[in-house]
Design a protein around this ligand. Structure first.
Ligand code: ANZ
Ligand code: ZN
Length: 858
């Protein structure tokens, strides 16, 4: 065996072996234990980044570990291949999105292979393949049939110059990214998936997801946002008709403090009142120009306009003024609120701004209310009692809510109501590069679903967008078709589906990627749910929620038997690197940390020596130019060193700080491991471990088996890969310290090296592939059986050591065979007899002869 570690040869060899033997093909015998390990699929942007590498390394380690434990492991990979970046690249380079995407996929597949991930490529799925997205279309039609898909108008960002709809990320400070034109809101017809029908189940089932981080469960619960409150009517007469203005409140107990009502700018009553009131009309127009994201609505300055119109308070009969407020969301509750400035912080500010009356109707003993002063948190409490509230005086929150709800119900002006923040999922995108919505527009028949036997509606993949709207809308070949119902001329829908549709079920398709008769088949029952899902925290809400919804829809259509798709979820931390820049007037240029070195503690450019400023650590990103290219990394240090560093530098959920020195350290360890095995193997085969061992051999053996127990727990349960690696590093140190002077010693070293290689095989599979062979195994390391700790070997052996004081035998102590110097010294000094002879004198020196004696000099 060559005595030096050459990662290029070793990695090329191992990868060739895996490829030739089909080592990554999934085993699928029905009585075997299954383990489905899934990483979030990447967007084929062109190159892997370090976040991908970390994500997939974690997944590969877990997958290989379970494979060695004898399980049938499914570790697939695919491509989230539709989406906006392909269109942008097409505009920039004039290449069709389809070409660009497929080229990227080929390139990135090669990158993943170079990292040695044990991915079953025969199951690869690209969401832009008609064989895949036809089932998006098929399920869409099933849902349409069941009323789970419906059409209504939705609000979009409209660029008046390009005459096109913009995605939220294409609106920058309220203007179109290409034209700079002020963006308008537009109402257009869109398709929605009725996720709200599952709101309650999606919320209550979160409790059962014990394998998910608490943080993610909380984020989902907040997103679904269940509120229990009361729907209250304020009657009015307009245009000679009696009508009711409904509001939703979670504080019905404060109804007696309502001094105004506010409606959203899109509320029908606002639109009606605008006809008689130019101020209202102007205000509505102004709101229309504003942003549409919830964040924009939450942060904008609260403003309103009085309509001059009044409604009737349902209990007191008083006249209550109606306002239009920009903070009232049309899409939540009733699109209208009752203004209770006395107890709602927002209404308090609003009332101060527009000089509206503030009434205190909740009191807390010992607190002083001052409507002229600053808002106090206790004003919003639910722990007070009603005052100035007529019949409800003295009642607490719950009793007052119940009493008011009952009185309102009696005169048809109210009912209890559970409200969700969650909205139905609008899936229509006015974009080209996505899955076509399978609908045809016919002048006679209206909206006609494409019949099942005409699926898929194939997206032409040779169009090149130019930025002026959806190129599908200009493609006569795509648009023109026959109406499936009347046979007359018709036009295809040109909207495509939100790409979250694609990613809501790709993990199901991996279980049966060749199923062409059905969306999924019986194999799904074997593999699902996913045992371990791994990905970024940025998908904590939408992707995971949509997948949970989609799974339930398929369950209710009889296609699946599970409720939840992902049993365990791991959200890996970000990869960080230093950020360096130079300022030149207003311009900031970022420099890659690889081009910066420290001179006298000051960061300077390695070439030229110009000083740069340090911004500190930040997420690796293009904009800060602080990324590390995985390809360069692998070429320089090898995939194994990269993988080892990633798993060693931090536990998976924490951020990982990039360090070139850390990668070099990982590489040095691999060299040490390689040398240890090479030297051992060069002395010929070793025999079996005999029953009788001397103390030192027993100690090494004990450490070997203790390491197995620790690594097994770290990899299988705790996911603390860093401490697992540290334990194997210590084992290697112990092996190197051990003097294998006889056959028994060599046998123990052989066992220890075997163990180290087997335990590291999931983490650094290439070098372990080579070393496992060198250790004399027939089967490849990837199929090696995961070691099990021998309890007998774990028993601690004790040694008897004599203790001298000034050279005279004064005691005998018993210590553990592998106790270190410090422990032996302490045990010696603690011995009663030894203490007697030290006799309170200062200890000048303690000499420890390991395994034999201690001499205390006083
Ligand atoms: C009166 C009131 C008094 C309120 C008070 C709060 C405190 P959650 O918990 O999120 O459901 N609200 C209702 N519909 C709204 C809409 N479409 N746009 C903006 N705000 C709306 O919040 C429910 C509360 O949010 C409701 O209770 C309402 O204000 C407001 F001391 O009604 B409350
Ligand atoms: Zn027709």
């Amino acid at each position: 065996m060559d005595n030096s570690y050459k990662h290029e040869d070793i990695e090329a060899d191992a990868q060739a072996f895996w490829e030739q033997t089909g080592a990554f093909t999934t085993r699928e015998d029905a009585d075997g234990d299954k383990y489905y390990c899934l990483c979030m699929l990447p967007y084929p942007s062109g190159r892997l980044h370090m976040g991908h590498v970390r994500n997939y390394t974690i997944g590969d380690v877990i997958s290989r570990y379970h494979r060695m434990r004898g399980r049938n492991v499914l570790q697939p990979m695919g491509w989230d291949a539709f989406g906006l970046p392909a269109e942008n690249a097409a505009m920039a380079n004039g290449v069709a999105p389809g070409r660009w995407t497929r080229d990227n996929i080929d390139y990135m597949r090669g990158q993943l292979k170079s990292l040695g991930f044990a991915i079953d490529w025969s199951r690869e799925v690209a969401t832009c393949d008609p064989d895949y997205y036809r089932w998006n279309q098929w399920l869409f039609l099933q849902m349409l049939d069941k009323g789970l898909v419906y059409q209504k108008t939705g609000t979009v960002n409209w660029d008046p110059v390009d005459q096109t709809v913009l995605a939220n990320e294409q609106v920058i400070d309220g203007r179109g990214w290409r034209t700079g034109a002020l963006v308008e809101k537009r109402e257009i017809p869109m398709y929605y998936m009725r996720i709200t029908a599952y709101a309650d189940e999606l919320l209550s089932a979160l409790d059962g997801l014990e394998g998910w981080p608490e943080r993610v469960r909380t984020m989902q619960a907040n997103w679904i946002g269940k509120s229990e409150g009361v729907r209250i009517a304020f009657p009015y007469t307009l245009d000679d008709r009696d009508d009711k203005l409904w509001v939703f409140t979670t504080r019905a107990d404060t109804l007696m403090g309502a001094t105004f009502v506010a409606v959203a700018a899109e509320h029908p009553l606002a639109l009606r009142l605008a006809k008689d009131n130019p101020d209202v009309a102007a205000f509505i127009e102004k709101c229309r120009a504003g942003g549409i994201t919830e964040a924009e609505l939450a942060t904008q300055e609260k403003e309103g306009v009085p309509t001059g119109f009044h409604v009737t308070h349902p209990i007191t009969g008083d006249k209550v003024p109606v306002w239009v407020g920009n903070y009232v969301l049309m899409a939540y509750g009733e699109g209208a609120v009752m203004g209770v400035p006395g107890h709602d912080e927002r209404d308090y500010a609003f009332a101060h701004k527009y000089d509206l009356p503030i009434r205190q109707v909740v009191d807390v003993e010992g607190e002083h209310y001052d409507a002229a002063g600053d808002w106090q948190d206790w004003y919003g409490t639910k722990n007070g009692v009603c005052i100035q509230s007529g019949p409800y005086d003295g009642l607490g929150f719950k009793a007052a809510t119940d009493a008011i709800a009952a009185d309102l119900a009696a005169n048809g002006c109210g009912e209890k109501r559970v409200q969700y923040r969650l909205r139905d999922w609008g899936i229509s995108r006015q974009r080209y590069w996505g899955c076509p919505i399978p609908i045809v527009h016919c002048e006679h028949c209206g909206e006609v679903p494409v019949p099942e036997d005409q699926l898929p509606v194939v997206l032409p993949d040779d169009l090149v967008p130019d930025g002026s709207g959806n190129p599908l809308a200009k493609s006569e070949a795509f648009i023109n078709c026959d109406c499936p119902r009347c046979g007359g001329p018709a036009r295809r829908e040109t909207d495509t589906m939100d790409t979250f549709v694609d990613s809501s079920w790709y993990y199901m398709r991996y279980t049966c990627p060749d199923s062409d008769e059905a969306m999924v088949d019986a194999r799904t029952n074997y593999w699902l749910p996913v045992d371990q899902y791994i990905g970024g925290i940025e998908h904590a809400i939408l992707h995971l929620l949509y997948s949970r919804f989609w799974t339930r829809v398929m369950r209710d259509l009889g296609l699946l038997t599970i409720d939840e798709p992902f049993t365990n979820l791991l959200t890996q931390g970000m990869v960080l690197n230093q950020i360096y820049f130079r300022r030149d007037g207003a311009r900031i240029t970022y420099y890659n940390p690889a081009d910066v070195e420290l001179r006298d503690g000051q960061p300077v450019l390695a070439s030229g020596g110009n000083s740069v400023e340090a911004e500190g650590l930040g997420k690796m990103s293009k904009s800060k130019n602080n990324g590390v290219d995985p390809e360069v990394l692998v070429a320089r240090h090898g995939a194994d060193a990269a993988r080892l560093f990633m798993m060693f530098a931090a536990p998976p959920e924490q951020t990982l700080e990039w360090s070139e020195a850390g990668v070099e350290g990982a590489s040095r360890f691999l060299k040490r491991l390689y040398r240890a095995v090479a030297e051992h193997a060069s002395q010929g085969p070793a025999g079996a471990v005999p029953a009788n061992l001397d103390d030192a051999a027993k100690a090494l053996r004990r450490q070997t088996h203790a390491t197995i127990a620790k690594v097994d727990d770290d990899l299988g349960r705790r996911y603390t890969f860093n401490t697992a690696i540290a334990a194997v590093m210590e084992l290697l140190n112990a092996i190197n310290r051990f003097d294998a002077k006889d056959a028994a010693g060599r046998a123990v070293v052989h066992e220890a090296l075997n163990t180290a290689v087997a335990l590291l095989a999931p983490i650094v599979p290439h070098i372990c592939h080579r070393l496992w062979r060198e250790l004399g195994h027939e089967e490849p390391a990837i199929d090696a059986t995961w070691p099990t700790a021998d309890p007998a070997a774990l028993e601690r052996s004790e040694l008897e050591i004599v203790v001298q004081v000034n050279g005279k035998l004064r005691g005998r102590i018993s210590v553990e065979a592998e106790a270190d110097r410090k422990a032996v010294e302490q045990a010696a000094l603690a011995d009663d007899n030894v203490q007697r002879f030290i006799d309170g004198k200062a200890v000048r020196r303690v000499i420890v002869v390991p395994g034999k004696l201690v001499n205390v000099v006083v």
